[in-house]
Design a protein around this ligand. Structure first.
Ligand code: SF4
Length: 230
């Protein structure tokens, strides 16, 4: 039986939106960003709450794809973000289509579908993964609405694979304390390649001095600890 190819599916793929150029979403690269609506978490600080429902996937991806093809000489990469892209049934054909453009591909994920992350890494469909680590184990359910175990499995598989670089990311929610960060470093991040701490854009931000104090506490838990948006 003939397998369905991404070319067969591309006209039916819908996404929530896209950004033509970002200098901050793929480390060191000029990237476009594609947003897939739908998310299985409910983070209290969500900055993309308009696209938590899959009904917001209304834009024809094929039009974006054609524009990316025209603009690819000015781009180095494309980021697939959300929402949560790994719960989307169109993620694989969408990544296959982007792969055909010859651009680097980064996936942003909340880590709740380790099977999908493993699949896209194994298939060579992504060059970089950014995985959100949102809270210490005791606060995960209350801060996100989901249990932590699948996220831990995704952290583990990214640490174990050697195919691609990755980063773990934590948004500094005002509900996280310095001891929460320490616990996350000790029990989740420990031994990771890169841990990016970023200021919360929707609720009160920590002062520079407070962030620096947190970084001093956690700096040994990843090879690189970086701060975004200080
Ligand atoms: S995982 Fe991301 S998109 Fe989903 S609710 Fe949390 S912040 Fe919003």
């Amino acid at each position: 039986m003939k397998q369905i190819s991404w070319q067969d599916q591309i006209t039916s793929i819908k996404v929530a939106g896209w950004q033509k150029l970002s200098l901050i979403d793929y480390p060191g690269k000029m990237a476009a960003v594609i947003f897939l609506a739908g998310c299985n978490m409910r983070c209290h600080y969500c900055h993309n709450y308009q696209i938590l429902d899959t009904k917001q996937n209304r834009l024809a991806f094929v039009k974006i794809f054609d524009e990316l093809r025209r603009r690819k000489k000015w781009l180095e990469a494309v980021v697939v973000s959300g929402g949560e892209p790994t719960i989307s049934p169109v993620l694989i054909p969408l990544l296959c289509a982007l792969r055909s453009l010859g651009l680097l591909i980064k996936l942003d994920t909340n880590g709740t579908r380790p099977d999908v992350v493993r699949q896209v890494v194994t298939m060579g469909l992504v060059d970089y993964v950014a995985l959100d680590v949102k809270a210490p184990p005791t606060k995960y359910l209350s801060m996100t609405g989901v249990l932590i175990q699948p996220v831990l499995n995704t952290v583990q598989l990214l640490k174990q694979q050697k195919q691609i670089p990755y980063m773990l990311r934590t948004t500094l929610s005002p509900r996280l304390t310095a001891s929460d960060l320490f616990e996350m470093g000790r029990s989740i991040v420990n031994g990771a390649l890169c841990w990016q701490i970023q200021q919360c854009r929707t609720e009160g931000a920590y002062s520079v001095a407070e962030v620096q104090k947190m970084v001093a506490i956690i700096k040994d838990y990843a090879l690189y600890v970086v701060v975004k948006g200080l």
